[in-house]
Design a protein. Structure first.
Length: 83
């Protein structure tokens, strides 16, 4: 099953940009298709792969940077925009 996710990450720290850049880089290195912009990050791929990558990234974030809020929208299927 294919999964599309829209993820927003809010580190609860004064210097919030480095954690955001680090989590996006980590997601991009996962092998999944990742589109990052100023408002959120979209992740596309096989359901099990996406969920595993998200779980690992969230755990890593909490261990590395402490408290944060993740907001995600999960959509079954391929929701990538078509030109």
């Amino acid at each position: 099953m294919y999964l599309s996710v829209q993820l927003s990450y809010y580190p609860l720290a004064d210097d919030f940009k480095p954690p955001i850049k680090a989590i996006v880089a980590r997601l991009e290195q996962s092998g999944l298709e990742v589109w990052a912009n100023r408002m959120s990050t979209q992740i596309f791929g096989d359901f099990d792969a996406v969920m595993s990558v998200l779980s690992d990234a969230m755990k890593w974030s909490f261990e590395t940077y402490g408290k944060a809020v993740f907001v995600a929208n999960f959509m079954e299927g391929d929701r990538r925009p078509r030109d």
